[in-house]
Design a protein around this ligand. Structure first.
Ligand SMILES: Cc1cc2nc3c(=O)[nH]c(=O)nc-3n(C[C@H](O)[C@H](O)[C@H](O)COP(=O)(O)OP(=O)(O)OC[C@H]3O[C@@H](n4cnc5c(N)ncnc54)[C@H](O)[C@@H]3O)c2cc1C
Length: 475
């Protein structure tokens, strides 16, 4: 395996852990595996297969591994420009992995949401009380929609977009009440990384921000380093085309051609949607339909600010303000989280989603985005906000190797589409990655589970259906 013309070099390194505590030697009868993409799904799949005796190589387009997990350290602390959190402890393999490997986790941000108006904070309890009628009215309409959806499960007619539902609700609200609904919609857009017009109402659930969200003290990439240990990975190799026949797979890249027996494709759905990889022969029409149907191509971006001194109250770790009804969408940086306990310096991170974030990502300069975020902070705290000491912004949409932040449910898409996306082609091409998971898509643990799923599938087809994964650290 490897570049067609040369012999592969498989680097063997000391493992932190191994499913069998050694590399199983099954000789040459197992297929050679080429994995496209060294994000968490590709790494997990590769590591399981390698530890169980397969010859594995990963090709990664970027000059770093981890994909949408990107811990950046130039500000002097582990700053998460991609995924920040492990969402919940219960049943989350990432939490178990951290426990087993003694990676320290912290609950950040902690406590309730603080709504600021002219520099004066109100707790979410008082806002909920103030807007109780609005909330109940919206909830009852929303629940009626969901019940209809449930009754007509197979009927996509009732699957409307968040925007459609919101404009219906707006009509029934007084101007002041609309501010609260606008905040909810903007939050839902940020959580799902998608504009409201493309997002199914099935995705409305803001419980995420109240879940116990954990950060890894030393950075998410400790998991990337842990799982990639000993794997043969080539970075800076962009895959352009994948040719497969009944006998082998031929992969055309920016650095030449690679052959293997089977190939696991883990690139983001946005890369598949954009047609950046040519499949020869083309993928089946059902799979193409699934690629088109599942939502992807919105964005969640971040702006990270650090300050010399803290100017906001200690304990206020979730900070926001209700948007004015007249606010332009692209001014939204309405939700800030305090990461100072992790970074060790005063640090606020803004989250931007929806159409405004998309526009900024495509059209504005770094400085313009930074200024919008700074002004948003001033609207929360008033003029006392000091100039940030250092800052970073992200552009996940313009990034050609992500083309958005993560997949979401668009109206009319369902878990069935994700299952179709995950099905192999002629047992030569296999598909993993967050978008292929029917339940936990859009998350790191979903991506991890998709990598395990495809490793199991490959075991089942080629050797050992009941392979023992007992030593996996996330079990
Ligand atoms: C801003 C942001 C915040 C997030 N926050 C959270 C969070 O708090 N918690 C959470 O659970 N999830 C979060 N997520 C989602 C999570 O990061 C992803 O679901 C997960 O990391 C995806 O892993 P993956 O292996 O499926 O894909 P990726 O990590 O994208 O890996 C795919 C790899 O394929 C490579 N690739 C692409 N094209 C090519 C090509 N042509 N040739 C070769 N290689 C290619 C890419 O460079 C990439 O490394 C967030 C994502 C973003 C963007």
């Amino acid at each position: 395996m490897g570049q067609e013309e040369s012999e592969p070099i498989i680097v063997m390194m000391e493992n932190h852990w191994s499913i069998h505590n050694r590399d199983k030697d099954r000789g040459n009868y197992l297929p050679q595996v080429l994995i496209i993409g060294a994000g968490i799904s590709g790494l997990v799949c590769g590591r399981i297969l390698k530890d169980t005796g397969f010859r594995v190589k990963l090709l990664e387009a970027r000059d770093r591994i981890g994909g949408r997990i990107w811990t950046e350290r130039s500000m002097g602390f582990p700053c998460e420009l991609g995924a920040s959190w492990i969402h919940g402890k219960l049943g989350n393999p990432l939490y178990k992995w951290c426990l087993n490997q003694s990676f320290e986790v912290m609950s950040i941000p902690y406590g309730g949401i603080w709504f600021y108006e002219d520099g004066i904070p109100s707790s979410h309890y008082s806002i909920i009380w103030q807007y109780k009628k609005t909330i109940l009215g919206c909830l009852s309409i929303y629940l009626r929609y969901r019940v209809k959806q449930f009754i007509n499960n197979s009927n996509i007619r009732y699957d409307v977009s968040v925007e459609e539902l919101a404009s219906f609700l707006y009509k029934n609200l007084k101007p002041q009440e609309r501010r609260f609904l606008k905040w909810i919609v903007e939050l839902v857009e940020a959580i799902n990384g998608a504009p409201a017009g493309e997002l199914s109402i099935k995705e409305v659930g803001i419980s995420e921000i109240f879940k116990s969200n954990l950060v890894i003290k030393d950075g998410y990439d400790v998991l990337i380093n842990d799982v990639s240990n000993g794997l043969d990975i080539e970075t800076g190799v962009t895959v352009k085309a994948i040719e497969h026949s009944r006998k082998r797979v031929l992969v055309h890249t920016s650095k030449g051609r690679y052959t293997s027996d089977i190939c696991v494709i883990t690139v983001p759905l946005g890369v598949l949607k954009a047609g950046d990889i040519d499949f020869i022969p083309p993928l089946q029409s059902e799979k193409i339909m699934a690629i088109n149907r599942i939502g992807y191509g919105g964005v969640l971006n971040k702006v990270v600010f650090t300050f010399k001194n803290r100017f906001w109250e200690k304990g206020h770790e979730r900070i926001t303000r209700l948007p004015e009804i007249t606010d332009e969408n692209n001014e939204f940086f309405g939700y800030w989280a305090d990461f100072s306990r992790q970074s060790g310096v005063p640090c606020l991170v803004a989250f931007a989603g929806g159409a405004g974030a998309l526009k900024m990502d495509k059209e504005l300069s770094d400085k313009e985005i930074k200024d919008i975020a700074f002004n948003s902070l001033k609207r929360i705290f008033g003029e006392k906000v000091p100039v940030p000491d250092s800052w970073k912004i992200t552009r996940w949409f313009s990034d050609p190797f992500s083309r958005g932040s993560y997949s979401y449910g668009s109206p009319g898409s369902s878990g069935a589409h994700r299952r179709i996306l995950s099905e192999p082609c002629q047992n030569r091409l296999f598909f993993a990655g967050e978008a292929t998971e029917p339940d936990n898509y859009g998350t790191v643990h979903g991506a991890l589970l998709s990598g395990v799923r495809e490793a199991r599938r490959i075991h089942g087809i080629f050797c050992c259906k009941d392979e023992d994964y007992g030593r996996i650290p996330w079990r």
